[in-house]
Design a protein around this ligand. Sequence first.
Ligand SMILES: NC(=O)c1ccc[n+]([C@@H]2O[C@H](COP(=O)([O-])OP(=O)(O)OC[C@H]3O[C@@H](n4cnc5c(N)ncnc54)[C@H](O)[C@@H]3O)[C@@H](O)[C@H]2O)c1
Length: 301
Amino acid sequence: MGNFLAGKVVAVTGAGRGIGRAVALCAAAEGASVVVNDYGVSVDGESPASEVAEAVVKEISAAGGEAVAVADDVSTMAGGQRVVDVALSSYGRLDGVVCVAGILRERMLFNMTEDEWDPVVATHLKGTFTVFRAASAVMRKQQAGTLIGFTSGNHQGSVSQANYSAAKGGIISLVRSAALGLNKYGVTANAVAPVARTRMSAGVPMSLAEIGEPEDVAALVVYLLSERAREVTGQVYTVAGPKIAVWAQPRELRAAYASGGWTPETIAEFLPGSVGVDPMPMLSQVAGMERAAREGERPNA
Ligand SMILES: NC(=O)c1ccc[n+]([C@@H]2O[C@H](COP(=O)([O-])OP(=O)(O)OC[C@H]3O[C@@H](n4cnc5c(N)ncnc54)[C@H](O)[C@@H]3O)[C@@H](O)[C@H]2O)c1
């Protein structure tokens, strides 16, 4: 066992499988007491089972670590609150929360139903809000704490996952809002965009050029939870096997000014040659993938 998180209390949602499980195991191995939350559902969010969280608690205990299970659904306010309440009742404080829980319901936008949109946005975006909301109230009083959200490279857009992509974009804005609003209370907020071999990534219909293991992601999360990252806030990091990358802050790319009020006609004259566009990198990537699929190859991403 290391001591990166000695004495800290960390809650991890979606910690029964995949990346969340690796985060919970690594945090416990580094000395944290861990709240292991998992609703125990299938990739599409069905058939909850409480044993999934219990199994990870057993693994942590068997390795000599400290953990407690919460099998609640974090897409409800009560579920998010319970994750935090159990940390306080079991260990008396809460130093970090990591919101990893997620599901997928893929469909092209023009066929997507409300039942495919709502649960996906509720699990990812609201499921991060419910835990951040309850945890930030505790951390504000403690004048310390770390909030970590899980996003995806697909926040840039996704052909058949508009629900997931919109939720993941929302998580980045939620994280940046938390970073801004809680900075004066000593609380940090960051997002992680992983690429790792799990049951979720196994369903992606393309071969991913850069992919790693859940343990790689866990190591980055544990660093972000630690004292060594006290000054890091408002960031989005990708970790994909050997690669770690930081995403740019959103900013205006180019501006131009003209005197007088705008009309559609003056904009049509002025905009193309002055402000222009910022080409969308994923458009050409998608075109290449569609070409490969037509030719019977497994497309690369
Ligand atoms: N694996 C990747 O390459 C990849 C890429 C980009 C983003 N992500 C994100 O990383 C996170 C983890 O993904 P994973 O690949 O480990 O998936 P996974 O399916 O292996 O694990 C997700 C876990 O979340 C749990 N969960 C689902 N809904 C829940 C709810 N309402 N309350 C509590 N728990 C719930 C599930 O039971 C499951 O154990 C997700 O947010 C995912 O979108 C993963």
